[in-house]
Structure formats: C-alpha cells, structure tokens
Design a protein around this ligand. Structure first.
Ligand code: 5GP
Length: 191
C-alpha cells in the first residue's frame, strides 16, 4: 500500500535492525485518515471470505481493526493482554512479547466466539508470529475458523511470515519490510 509505505519512509524511525518505531501515526498518535484507507484495503482484500468478526490484540491493533470492522460491517473483538476479575469463562493463550521481552496471557471471553464465526485477525506488526499464533489458538479453541490474517507492517526478514504460511493461513500485509539494516528501511516490492 503506497500511502502506508510513504508514511513509513517519512515518519518511521529505525530503532535497530529488528525494530521500527511508528509512534507518530500508528502506535501512539494515530493518523485516522491513514487508518481509514487501511480499513478499506483490508476489507476489500477479505470481502469474499464471509468474515463474521474482526479480532485484534490490544492496543496497537485496535485502530486499523476498527476501521476494517466498519468497512466489513461486522463486530470487532479486542483480545486482552491483561486478565481482570470481570473476565471469567475465558480462552487463553500465552504469548511472548516481541518488544517488551515478557510473556502475557492473551484472553478472550467465551461469549464473543461461536463455532459459526469466520474470523479475520488484524494486527499492527508481524515479527516472530507469536501474537498471531496466540490469536489463532483462541479462535480455534472457540471452535471457529480463522478466515484471514491482516498485518499492517510485516517485517519479512523475521520468522512470522513463514510460520503462518506453513500453517496454511492467508496472511495479507500492507507493507512488507525486507530490511532495517544500516538505519535504512527497505521494502519488498509489492506494488
Ligand atoms: P510477533 O508476535 O509477531 O513476534 O510480534 C508482533 C507484535 O509485537 C505486534 O503486535 C507489535 O505490537 C509488536 N512488534 C513487533 N515488532 C515490532 C516493531 O518493529 N515495532 C513495533 N512498534 N512493534 C512491534
């Protein structure tokens, strides 16, 4: 997606050769017009997959996932990273955080999934595929089907893409980064 790649080049900050900071338009401040276009792109790509719900992981997946839900006219379910006394009767998956070097319990209340659901999982980044694997586990624990995975920024040089491909999931990324070496952002040419 050209608009997104241009934004990454203009405003993204290479932290090191593994991490890109996009706090000015996705992870902290949010560019809502960009989110709208992202939502349209994901919705157009997955429109024929009979999606019944969009799932995302709090908190950075929420903005693009919300716009996608609006476009597809289906509910958005936010998978929780923190458990709470108000969340009972849940499915859970342990996820190793890429950026925070810790583990958390991704949590889904059983009331928001049923075996009829065809779920589109949306997240901001794909790195090692841990968050996506956790979300997939919750969907399958609920007896539902993962009907697609939408990633805003894929770091294609990390293992997540291969893990999702090998497991047979359709992962669609709007920007695919080939390398962050030498403080330079290089994309896989998808245009
Ligand atoms: P994974 O679970 O695929 O290893 O990592 C994906 C998750 O880690 C995303 O939900 C995102 O929050 C975070 N993440 C991974 N790589 C980056 C990165 O380069 N920059 C930022 N800002 N977040 C990242």
């Amino acid at each position: 997606m050209k608009l997104l790649e241009d934004m990454i080049l203009e405003k993204g900050k290479v932290i090191n050769e593994d991490i890109l900071k996009v706090n000015s338009f996705l992870n902290h401040q949010v560019d809502c017009n960009l989110m709208k276009e992202i939502g349209k792109d994901f919705a157009n790509h997955f429109r024929n997959n009979n999606i019944t719900k969009v799932f995302t992981i709090e908190s950075s997946g929420i903005a693009p996932a919300l716009m996608t839900s609006l476009e597809l006219n289906v509910p958005l379910v936010i998978l929780k990273k923190q458990t709470s006394s108000t969340l009972t009767d849940v499915y859970q998956a342990t996820v190793k955080s890429f950026t925070k070097n810790c583990e958390y319990n991704l949590t889904l209340s059983k009331e928001f999934i049923s075996p009829d659901d065809r779920v589109l999982i949306i997240d901001d980044f794909l790195a090692n595929g841990e968050a996506a694997k956790g979300a997939i586990k919750l969907v399958t624990d609920g007896g539902a089907q993962v009907s697609g995975i939408g990633i805003v920024i894929e770091k294609a040089f990390q293992p997540g893409r291969k893990i999702l491909d090998d497991a047979g999931y359709e992962a669609y990324s709007l920007a695919r980064i080939k390398s962050l070496k030498d403080n330079k952002i290089e994309f896989i040419n998808t245009l």
